[in-house]
Write a protein that binds this ligand. Structure first.
Ligand code: 13P
Length: 249
């Protein structure tokens, strides 16, 4: 998979109002001046997708959502559909993030239904999996992520563009990262589960690593076997930090 173009995606989470567009513009300008080896995406809050898409138009910066509803439309107050994200200018959508799973009770089946909705709207899903610290300490990390892959990836992904992101819950926003050996072990396990689920199509999609990625550790993480990019939270909020990661790919 070393030939696959890596994807470096920034997840702004619930951060950013109009003023943050300056960071997106700075990123777009930097990538125009010096193109990146990797694909680059920013996933701002839903309220910023359309403005951000306009701000980076004509640049290499792709735009994504952070979540969508499984239904195309209807009486779901406060929710946003995949088609709405696409209409606003998104090409990707993060699904099954651990914060959605933990704080909104999303199950693997919920995530799989959202992936179907994303594909129906022409979006490229970035499907997140990852174990808690308790599960890692119990020796269950590999079993947990393999079960999440099996349950969250619908067979309809076959032939479609998508990515899986391995984000150990205990590494998110904590400054802690697994060793590269631990990352490689889980990424190989994720790959095996993808192939078990989708056949050969399971080899074609990149597996991103996420959790406290920063400019100082990005190069080491990104050269780890089976790491096909990064899903970046805090360090994607400032163009300079994010570029430091992008340039490491
Ligand atoms: P941090 O990079 O802030 O640890 O967040 C990772 C993450 O959850 C990206 O989706």
């Amino acid at each position: 998979m070393t030939h696959m173009r890596p994807l470096i995606a920034g997840n702004w989470k619930m951060n950013g109002t109009g003023a943050a567009l300056d960071e997106a513009k700075a990123l777009a300008a930097a990538l125009k001046a010096e193109p990146a080896a990797a694909r680059v995406a920013l996933c701002p809050p839903a309220t910023l997708i359309e403005r951000l898409a306009r701000a980076v138009e004509g640049s290499a910066v792709e735009v994504g959502g952070q979540e969508c509803h499984a239904e195309a439309s209807g009486a779901f107050t406060g929710d946003v559909s995949a088609a709405m994200l696409a209409d606003a200018g998104a090409g990707l959508v993060i699904l099954g993030h651990s914060e959605r799973r933990a704080l909104h009770g999303e199950t693997d089946a919920d995530v799989a239904a959202k992936v179907e909705a994303a594909l129906a709207a022409g979006l490229e899903p970035v499907i997140c999996v990852g174990e808690t610290l308790q599960q890692r300490e119990a020796g269950e990390a590999v079993a947990v992520v393999q079960a999440q892959v099996a349950g969250s990836l619908p067979k309809s992904l076959n032939g479609k563009d998508f990515a899986v992101a391995y984000e150990p819950v205990w590494a998110i926003g904590t400054g802690l990262t697994p060793t590269v050996e631990q990352i490689e072990e889980v990424h190989r396990a994720v790959r095996a589960a993808m192939v078990a689920r989708l056949g050969e199509a399971g080899r074609a999609a990149p597996i991103l690593y996420g959790g406290s990625v920063k400019p100082s550790n990005a190069a080491e993480i990104l050269k780890t076997p089976e790491v096909g990019g990064a899903l970046v939270g805090g360090a994607s909020l400032k163009a300079g930090d994010f570029l430091g990661i992008i340039r490491a790919a």
